[in-house]
Every structure is written in structure tokens, then in C-alpha cells.
Design a protein around this ligand. Structure first.
Ligand SMILES: C[S@@+](CC[C@H](N)C(=O)[O-])C[C@H]1O[C@@H](n2cnc3c(N)ncnc32)[C@H](O)[C@@H]1O
Length: 134
């Protein structure tokens, strides 16, 4: 099946830009500085690259190959390392690892009936000494 988001990201431009989301900047003080931080459904990498540039140990996930290719180019241009993983948010196996922060921005694509599942998974990501901010 063709990925809806692959088509949306097909242009040369960055669909949501290359600057981090305003909400991330506003909430960044809640994060464990430099912590191990998955950034889920991060698309073209604007948030993961920003956090990696700020010293976080970042894993960025998304299920769009097109987006992740552009995200890798953004990370390369910024000269930062991000662990990019192509994965579906519903299959991420969050409970297997421990994280300091979990960042999920602009994930309103998750239907209301699955929000509880996702928020519970993210919050339990054995995560969060400090808390998950979505
Ligand atoms: C509105 S965009 C936001 C992208 C990014 N968080 C940002 O702030 O720029 C939603 C993103 O969710 C991704 N996405 C949608 N459904 C997904 C799923 N089931 N698993 C993983 N990623 C998904 C899309 O590929 C897209 O990159």
C-alpha cells in the first residue's frame, strides 16, 4: 500500500520546515538535558535534529521512508548523529527500553480510540524518569 505521508513529503522542500516545533522549544525545560530521547513520528527530522544539536542522545522514528531520507540529509547538514529507525508508531515496542524523555509532536493522526494506547505506551516507555511530554 502506498504511504500517504511518502506522497506528502515527495517535494524537495521540508513540509513542516527545518526549525523545531514551537511546542518543543516551549516545553524543552521539562526534558532531562542530554538524555536518551526517542522522538516518535518525527517526519523530516526537524525536532530530532534540533535535540541532537542540543546534546541529546536521539532516536527518531517515523514510518515514511521519504521523510526519513530527508531527515538523514538534515542531520548530515547539521553535523549531528541521530539514530533513525523506520517504524510504525503502533509497533514500536516501547516497553523494552528505558528512556529519559519521550518526545511526540504533532501526532494527531492517531485516532481518538488509539490515543490511550499510544500515550500509555509512551509514558510507560520505562522511560521517563522525568515524564513524557506530547
Ligand atoms: C503531522 S506530521 C508531523 C511530523 C513531525 N512530528 C513534525 O513535527 O514535523 C505526522 C508524522 O507522523 C508520521 N506517521 C503517521 N502515521 C504513522 C504511523 N502509524 N507510524 C509512524 N509514523 C506515522 C507521518 O509519516 C508524519 O511524518
Amino acid at each position: 500500500m502506498e504511504n500517504f505521508w511518502d506522497k506528502r513529503y515527495a517535494g524537495a522542500d521540508y513540509l513542516f520546515g527545518t526549525q523545531p516545533a514551537a511546542g518543543l522549544i516551549a516545553l524543552e525545560h521539562h526534558l532531562v538535558a542530554g538524555g536518551k530521547t526517542p522522538v516518535v513520528a518525527d517526519g523530516e527530522g526537524r525536532n530530532s535534529v534540533y535535540l541532537a544539536s542540543s546534546g541529546y542522545d536521539v532516536r527518531a522514528t517515523d514510518y515514511s521512508q521519504v521523510a526519513q531520507k530527508k531527515a538523514k540529509a538534515l542531520a548530515k547538514e547539521a553535523g549531528v548523529d541521530v539514530d533513525f529507525v523506520l517504524s510504525d508508531i503502533y509497533d514500536a515496542g516501547w516497553s523494552d527500553e528505558a528512556y529519559d524523555n519521550v518526545v511526540a509532536i504533532f501526532i494527531q493522526f492517531v485516532p481518538p480510540e488509539r490515543m490511550g494506547e499510544i500515550f500509555t505506551a509512551l509514558a510507560l516507555a520505562r522511560a521517563t524518569g522525568a515524564g513524557a511530554h506530547c
